[in-house]
Each structure stands twice: as structure tokens, then as C-alpha cells.
Design a protein around this ligand. Structure first.
Ligand code: HEC
Ligand code: HEC
Length: 360
């Protein structure tokens, strides 16, 4: 019964959204009906991970972490769980807000427990399954080991994994949710990280105007200005901010002058002089929601970013050859067109997707 229904919805879905690759993970029907408030929206359907049309294969494909509604729901509850922090004040969702495409709106640098300030800007969370590494310096290379850093970071959540496990393992709701997701009530760090990876890995943003344009769908009609902006983008930006993810995920120095913090970026991880001041190329999707910009949130508007690229890109030893000593040449018209194009990368359906919001 269950299987037949799943196949049917899978086929309908294929036909409807014309995807080239579908990864359909069938969840076993073992949900405890006594648990309320955790349903994914449209709870009739099994959650599926879909690779958008024309996109490369993801690096993380939930291999060894079978995706299920129950695992996803547990991951969502954990993402918004303040008990992951020492004084139960701060959750992942504090610094990664849904309406900001899971960046921290209007915060230059992160703001953690006891109002402690970090030194880096909270990156948005979406399309993580395509990232070969995480953080601005690529210091972590697996989505399932990433959450240990914010939990233990004294400026973020300042808690130990053992304490988190102890806080959650006596909680009846969690016991039932771990059982539903993983077969028994055991609460352990591995399961916490796998559930968080299911929740975050499902966050795919591929429904901006630009995507509809690429797929030839209604709503994807670009204006002449936007198309001129796309042309400038292709010539001046796309080598690093590579389509369709708008990043090649390499570590580069785009010429930002260093500040009093003197964040050495990738150099902090490798201790190699050649890596000084290199940072992971960020995606340019959803910029409307994710300001301020750069690894330390130094710019608030796209105009400031473009003015920076043309006039003040700074030649420190490791600056990328694509930027060079003189920055990127852009006329005022180019900048206006580029901003219009960048705005076609905002995906409102993603920030409004209730599946990723906190369950009230
Ligand atoms: C106090 C604010 C804060 C909290 C709380 C927080 N984060 Fe973050 N998050 C950040 C900052 C800042 C960075 C960038 C750190 C860096 O590059 O060194 C980051 C980076 C990330 C990244 C990497 C994104 C990328 O593009 O590389 C992921 C994924 C992430 N956080 C998930 C989480 C999860 C899961 C939690 C909860 C367990 C969490 N964060 C809690 C501020 C926070
Ligand atoms: C040499 C590679 C390279 C080129 C070319 C390049 N960028 Fe970047 N861009 C980066 C890197 C690296 C960062 C992050 C730098 C940091 O924070 O230290 C970045 C950051 C940004 C940001 C901030 C995003 C955020 O979420 O904080 C924007 C916006 C941006 N670039 C737009 C552009 C545009 C538009 C162009 C073309 C005019 C362009 N970039 C050309 C490498 C590049």
C-alpha cells in the first residue's frame, strides 16, 4: 500500500517538475502517532531529495544517512533547540534565520551566547550538499561533523556534546523522536549530527527567477537589463561565482584589505603563506536576504560590493589573478545591470518554505 503510493507520487513529481535526476528515499512507516507538532508540511508525502535540473551531482547524497521524514523532523527540532548551548539561550536558528536564507540578518559578525561577538559573518545555509568544505576557511570537510564546531565554540554555544546528550536523553519527546528516526531511543552525538545533516541537506534553493529562466518556465522572462547584467556577470564574475551554484567553492583572495582582526582565512587552517587571506567563494544566491556581505560582513549593500571591486580591491601578495592589482573594471551602467541580474537569484519560495521553519 505505502510503497505503491510512494511510487505514484514519485512519478507525478517527476512529470510535474521535469527533473532529470531524482533521489527518492522511502521512509519506513514507523511514525509514532502520539507525537504532534513535528509534521513536515504536507505530511502525506515522504520527503525526497531532488537534484535540480542541469545541476551537477551533489557531493553529499545522504549516503550512510538514509533520509526519512522522522530524521528530517528530528533535525529540524535540534536546529531550533536552545539546549544545544551552555545556558540554553542559543540555537543554530539564532544565527541562521529562515527569513535571512539562514544567515544572520543585519549582523556583521556572529553574536553568540552571553552576547559574545565572533569575528566572522554567519553564512547562509542552502545547497550545502554541493559544498566540498564548510566555513569561510574550509576548515571542516563533512556536513555531518560540522555542527560540533558551533556547539563547542566558546563564542557561539559554548557547550559540550556530552552535556547536550545528557540534556536531551531524559526528554520524552526526544526519546520518541530518536526512536522514530533511528529505531531505538538512544540519544548520541552521531545521531544528532545525522539528523541535523538531513535537515540542512534538504535545504535546496533552486527556484529563483534565474532558475526559471534556465528551465524555460513561466516567471523566468528576463528583462533587457537583467540579460545585460548576466552578460557582465559571465565575463567578470562567473569564473569564481560559478553557475549554477554561483560558487566554485575554491579558496580565493578577492583583494579585501585586512582589518584589525587580521583574519588570515585559509592560512589559518593550512599555515601556508600561499593561503593567507583566502576565503571560500560564497554563493551569490539569495543576497537580498543575506546582507551584510563578505566574511566579516563589512558591506551592507550590493552597490558597496561593486564599488569595492572596481576601486579598492587591494593587492596583498595572494590576491587572485582574476582581480589583480587594479580590481575589476565595471562602468556605472555595468554595475546597475549587474545588481538587477543578481536580484534574479533571490528565491522567495525557499525562504518561505515552511518545512524549514521552526514548528511553533
Ligand atoms: C553564534 C552564532 C552561530 C550559531 C549559534 C551557529 N552558527 Fe553556524 N555559523 C556561524 C558563523 C559565524 C559561521 C562561519 C564560521 C567560520 O567561517 O569560521 C557559521 C558557519 C556554519 C556553517 C557552514 C556554512 C558554509 O557555507 O560553509 C554551517 C553548515 C552552520 N554554521 C550550521 C550551524 C549549525 C548546525 C548550528 C547549530 C548546531 C550553528 N551553525 C550554530 C554562526 C553560528
Ligand atoms: C577571484 C574570484 C572572484 C571574482 C572574479 C569575483 N568574486 Fe566575488 N567573492 C570572491 C570571494 C573569495 C569572496 C569572499 C571574500 C571574503 O569574504 O573574504 C567574494 C564575495 C562576494 C560577495 C559577497 C557575498 C556574501 O555572501 O558575503 C559578492 C556580492 C560578490 N563577491 C560579488 C561578485 C561580483 C558581482 C563579481 C563580478 C563583478 C565578483 N564577485 C567577482 C571571489 C570572487
Amino acid at each position: 500500500m505505502k510503497k505503491a503510493r510512494t511510487e505514484k507520487t514519485g512519478m507525478l513529481r517527476k512529470a510535474m517538475i521535469l527533473v532529470t535526476g531524482i533521489f527518492l528515499f522511502v521512509a519506513a512507516c514507523r511514525k509514532d502517532p502520539s507525537i504532534t507538532g513535528g509534521d513536515i508540511v504536507n505530511g502525506e508525502e515522504d520527503i525526497t531529495f531532488v537534484v535540480p535540473q542541469g545541476w551537477p551531482a551533489p557531493i553529499y547524497n545522504f549516503q550512510n544517512n538514509t533520509l526519512s521524514n522522522e530524521g528530517f523532523e528530528l533535525g529540524r527540532k535540534l536546529f531550533y533547540e536552545t539546549r544545544l548551548s551552555r545556558d540554553n539561550s542559543t540555537s543554530c536558528g539564532t544565527c541562521h534565520q529562515a527569513f535571512a536564507a539562514f544567515a544572520h540578518a543585519d549582523h556583521g559578525v556572529s553574536h553568540g551566547i552571553d552576547n559574545r561577538l565572533g569575528t566572522r559573518n554567519s553564512p547562509p545555509i542552502f545547497n550545502l550538499n554541493w559544498h566540498p568544505s564548510f566555513f569561510w576557511d574550509g576548515g571542516v570537510n563533512h556536513i555531518e561533523s560540522q555542527p560540533i564546531n558551533p556547539i563547542q565554540n566558546p563564542l557561539e554555544m559554548d557547550e559540550t556534546i556530552d552535556n547536550v546528550v545528557n540534556k536531551l536523553k531524559g526528554d520524552e519527546t526526544y526519546k520518541a523522536m530518536f526512536k522514530n528516526a533511528f529505531g531505538d531511543e538512544t540519544v548520541n552525538s552521531q545521531r544528532i549530527f545525522k539528523a541535523l545533516a538531513q535537515f540542512m541537506g534538504m535545504m535546496v534553493s533552486a527556484n529563483a527567477k534565474y532558475d526559471k529562466y534556465k528551465r524555460g518556465e513561466a516567471g523566468g522572462e528576463m528583462t533587457a537589463t537583467e540579460l545585460r547584467g548576466l552578460n557582465v556577470f559571465t565575463n567578470k564574475c562567473a569564473d569564481c561565482h560559478k553557475e549554477p551554484l554561483f560558487s566554485d567553492f575554491s579558496m580565493r583572495n578577492n583583494g579585501l584589505p585586512s582589518t584589525a582582526v587580521n583574519d588570515s582565512g585559509r592560512g589559518h587552517i593550512t599555515h601556508a603563506i600561499a593561503d593567507l587571506y583566502k576565503f571560500k567563494v560564497p554563493s551569490l544566491r539569495n543576497l537580498k536576504y543575506t546582507y551584510p556581505y563578505m566574511h566579516d560582513g563589512r558591506f551592507t549593500t550590493l552597490q558597496q560590493v561593486l564599488d569595492y571591486y572596481t576601486t579598492s580591491a587591494h593587492n596583498s601578495g595572494t590576491v587572485d589573478p582574476l582581480i589583480g592589482a587594479n580590481g575589476i573594471a565595471l562602468s556605472a551602467q555595468d554595475k546597475g545591470d549587474l545588481i538587477e541580474f543578481l536580484n534574479t537569484l533571490n528565491d522567495e519560495s525557499f525562504v518561505k518554505d515552511k518545512r524549514f521553519h521552526e514548528v511553533q
